[in-house]
Structure formats: structure tokens, C-alpha cells
Design a protein around this ligand. Structure first.
Ligand SMILES: Nc1ncnc2c1ncn2[C@@H]1O[C@H](COP(=O)(O)OP(=O)(O)O)[C@@H](O)[C@H]1O
Ligand SMILES: [Mg+2]
Length: 223
């Protein structure tokens, strides 16, 4: 469904040019849960930002169902097909947890229809383990782990074909992290979503269908 061919990416800062990804060929299919491992600085976040349409590669092509992302339109791709859980959450800080989730549904026009959105948002927040008495609280007054759960619920609310997540369990205790992994597995295997998760967590990687390892700009599938 999502195909990267000959993708290279370089950052320019001043006169220095750093090539982060080199000639990556990779595809992601519906119904699969992939994880991406690799040392810090190996380009994991860069790979996600290209695959999720936040940035365009310096070289190579990225296609969604056969169509080049730049032709489909990056904004349209992100709005309709791909949701991302960012490493730094990127929540709307003037809103409550619940409002962050319902706002995402409104922006992307996701189901259910407007009258049922609040109830659906509450369900999603419960599913990611956010206490019910916290859903009406401004997100700045939540802990890092709680904000992370809101960010995950918000991405789930968008009802997309592909879910990307950048170290989504980094601030969660083991039990909550375990629950989140279960959600990713169900999304892939029961709802046919394509799930792509960057992680340092070996236990999480072990429960995915495919482990990709980034090293020195190249990617290998772990046996
Ligand atoms: N916007 C940017 N401008 C310049 N260099 C960047 C930028 N973003 C990332 N880099 C560099 O690219 C490399 C890979 O970064 P990143 O994709 O964030 O790796 P990871 O997520 O694996 O830690 C690092 O050396 C980082 O410093
Ligand atoms: Mg990163």
C-alpha cells in the first residue's frame, strides 16, 4: 500500500550536508504491524516524517496505493490516510484531553457523525488508559505519560489507513505500554490498519509482525 523506492534524504545546515537515509526500498501493507529500531540519530524520525507526508525526500519516490504522495498532495494524504503520534505529542495546549480528540475527528471528518463524537472520544481515551476524571483537564496539566495517551487516542480517532507512532511508549509504565501494544496489534489484525512504530522497546518490537533496523542510513529486516 505504501511504497518507498530509492528514498534518500539529506539535511543541509550551513555548508554541511548530512545524508541521513540512503536509497531505502521498503513497503508497508494493510493489516501489518511493523516496528523500526535503530540507535539514536539513525534517522528513524526522518523516515517517519517522509512516510507520513510531513516532508518530501531529497531523492526517490513514495507512493500510496500507486500514487506519488506529492501528486496526491501531502496535506490530503495526512488528512485522509495517515495519522501520526509524535515523539513530542504536539497536542493543542489550550484544549482539554477530550477536546484534542474531538478536534481531530472534526478536522479529518472521521466517523462517527458529530453528535456521537464526544462519546467516541471518551471511549478511545478509556481504551488508552486515561482516567475518566482527567478527560476534561487541560493537557498541560497532565503528566508526560498521560499526554502520550491523549496523543495516541487522538491518532486512533482519525480512522486512517496508516498509523505512525514515534516512540509512543517512551513515557509509559510497563503495564500501560503493554496495553498500547495490544491496541496496535488489534488495529492491524482486526481493523486492517497499517501500523508503523518507532521504538527502543525490544518487547514491543518482538510483538510486531516485522522488525526493521535502521543503521547508517540503510534499513534491514531483522530475522
Ligand atoms: N531538521 C533537521 N536539520 C538538520 N539535521 C537534522 C534535522 N532533523 C534531524 N537531523 C539530523 O539527522 C539525523 C537523524 O535524525 P533523526 O531522524 O531524528 O534520528 P532518530 O529519530 O533515529 O534519533 C541526526 O544526525 C539529526 O541530527
Ligand atoms: Mg527520533
Amino acid at each position: 500500500m505504501l511504497q518507498l523506492s530509492g528514498v534518500s534524504h539529506a539535511y543541509q545546515s550551513g555548508r554541511r550536508r548530512t545524508t541521513v537515509l540512503k536509497q531505502i526500498d521498503l513497503s508497508f501493507e494493510r493489516g501489518t504491524f511493523s516496528t523500526v529500531l535503530g540507535p539514536s540519530g539513525s534517522g528513524k524520525t526522518t523516515l517517519l516524517s517522509l512516510a507520513s507526508g510531513l516532508d518530501s525526500p531529497t531523492k526517490g519516490s513514495i507512493r500510496f496505493d500507486g500514487q506519488e504522495l506529492s501528486r496526491l498532495g501531502l496535506g490530503r494524504y495526512r488528512n485522509r490516510h495517515a495519522a501520526t503520534v509524535f515523539q513530542q505529542y504536539n497536542l493543542l495546549t489550550y484544549m482539554t484531553a477530550l477536546q484534542n480528540v474531538t478536534a481531530a475527528m472534526e478536522i479529518t471528518g472521521s466517523r462517527p457523525a458529530s453528535g456521537r463524537r464526544k462519546a467516541r472520544a471518551r471511549e478511545l481515551l478509556a481504551e488508552v488508559g486515561l482516567d475518566e476524571d482527567l478527560v476534561g483537564r487541560n493537557v498541560l496539566k497532565l503528566s508526560g505519560g498521560q499526554q502520550q495517551r491523549v496523543a495516541i487516542a487522538r491518532a486512533l480517532a482519525c480512522d486512517v489507513d496508516i498509523l505512525f507512532a514515534d516512540e509512543p511508549t517512551g513515557n509509559l509504565d510497563e503495564e500501560t505500554a503493554d496495553g498500547i501494544i495490544g491496541i496496535f496489534q488489534r488495529l492491524a489484525h482486526q481493523q486492517n490498519t497499517c501500523v508503523v512504530v518507532v521504538t527502543h522497546n525490544q518487547a514491543l518490537a518482538a510483538r510486531s509482525d516485522r522488525v526493521l533496523v535502521l543503521r547508517k542510513g540503510r534499513v534491514a529486516v531483522q530475522d
